[in-house]
Design a protein around this ligand. Sequence first.
Ligand code: ARG
Length: 459
Amino acid sequence: TQTNMWTGRFASGMAQSMVDLSFSLQFDAELIEEDIEGSIGHGKGLVESGVLSKADYKKICDGLKSILDDYHAGKNLWCDSDEDIHMAVERVLTERIGALGKKIHTGRSRNDQVCTDFKLYMRHRAAEIRQLEIELMETVLDLSKKYFGKMMPGYTHLQQAQPIYFSHYLMSMFFAVSRDVKRLDNFLELHSQLPLGSGAMAGSAFPYHRALVAEALGFKDVSPNSIDAVSHRDMMLEFNADLAIIANTMSRYAEDFVNWSSSEFGYLTLHDAFSSGSSMMPQKKNPDSMELIRGKSGRMLGNFTALYTLAKGAPLSYSRDLQEDKEPVFDSVHNVKVILRVMKEALETARFNFETMHAKMLPALLATDLADLLVEAGVPFRDAHHIVGSLVGDAARAGKQFTELSDEAWAAAGVPDVAKMKKTLTFEYSVSKRNIEGGTGPKSVKQQFTKAAALIKKL
Ligand code: ARG
């Protein structure tokens, strides 16, 4: 059996099975930096209100910092009786600086302590992930500029649709990621209130300058209600949702890049460093990096589901179930960081096979442009659509491209000025018609570069 901090109330320690169920140090040690940061901030509030002398506070801070240093140096600080990171740090502190170490928990419950630590943790990780996103955006913008002018087939339903610039495709990632960054910014803005001072659930009974602690810990404000502060898990849900959406964004591109890496497409050759081989088939080079990004994005939803289910039935304010809110978030943080790093590095080192992209462009990509030309010649759009559709259909049944049908066949279908029309219809013509803001036209793509550069500056 196990003895614990609250032995005053108890006649017996915990059963080993209960220890196995209850103890969380093996995962919540991940919070050590924020736990120590939180305690240093908390102590500042205790000094201000006269609960702690300046000299004692200094000893506590030095003790806490020595624990963190030892942790980073890889020293084994923990013992079997440490239930979670919060109690473990307090125990080690008390062993190092004596009874004074027990004072740091004055006016604090683990309930508001855990919420503060976890909030700090998520805010820090959000800032780091935000930075990784910005680095990916920079890579994407660089590549888009570098390969400006290269064309490829654009797809809907994975069927060739319209000619586009490769840069136009890639810039779609830039703007999608910029929204994922904005989502993190909104998250940081919304969840910027300090829980400390809330105590177990009713508020601390000690005089405590909450605003001062909030400022010391980088929060904008203090939580306005102690029950709300220790109860709610919307912050974890939102953070995980934001991370899941980031992974979802990456997964969409990963899916395209898996396809592009196939011999059927041949548009993309991932560097060996982002590929894997086969244990049996010597010729294989598989796009595992992209498959894993696609795969890992699934577990982000699993993590969200776990958090949502955990929180929805927990009564206010604290129940021990809430301890289970940590691992899914840690897992999502870890995975989203890896995903973003791999996507950036894989893109930077990849070879894009523009000749293949160009060679695969089918004339049918220009069907919309022919219909548009007919409209310009006065044919109503619905009729124009039908005329071009019948040409494409006839050609398909004859095993040809619609551009290969004779001038007579085009004229018979209702196309005026056939020779001129055929001459006009090129991939370059198609994109040049799409200089509308946001389109794939060359001017429009350059405008996207300008917008992107301005957007990055503001982040
Ligand atoms: N390890 C616990 C958690 O993370 C600490 C909070 C314990 N609070 C309590 N009232 N038992 O949730």
